[in-house]
Design a protein around this ligand. Structure first.
Ligand code: ZN
Length: 132
């Protein structure tokens, strides 16, 4: 069964920490050992794992992506959000995290971030836990 985490983003570009919400889905699944698949069904958003303890890491990721992929750079796509499509492909639309004894096997400093590149919007992340 697929569960969805609904997210309301508040800025055009934003990293939203969804770790606690993913942990809830894992807990509700009742699965002890397995894999947690996370999938973003959007073309201008992504998902990544990185440090959640220091908020400046999140800010550096956003600023670096903005510098590498500016909003206006002579793109062919005429919707005005070509930069968001490129960022989405670079960051990626899916993740897998191992689940052991009912817990996500994340490192001490790791958090799961939904990456908004063309907000604010209503978004969702599909979650599937497979027992092994
Ligand atoms: Zn577009």
């Amino acid at each position: 069964m697929v569960r969805y985490i609904n997210i309301r983003t508040g800025a055009r570009v934003e990293l939203v920490d969804i770790t606690s919400r993913v942990k809830e889905v894992v807990k509700d699944s009742g699965i002890g050992d397995g894999v947690c698949y996370l999938y973003v069904p959007h073309t201008t958003a992504g998902i990544t794992i990185n440090e959640g303890a220091d908020p400046s890491v999140k800010r550096d990721i956003i600023q670096t992506l903005q510098r590498l992929i500016p909003r206006d750079a002579g793109y062919a796509h005429m919707e005005g959000n070509a930069d968001a499509h490129v960022k989405s492909s670079l960051v990626g639309a899916s993740l897998q995290v191992l689940v052991e004894e009912g817990e996500l096997l994340l490192g001490t400093w790791q958090s799961i971030f939904f990456c908004e590149f063309d907000g604010p919007r209503h978004r969702r992340v599909a979650v599937k836990i497979m027992g092994t």
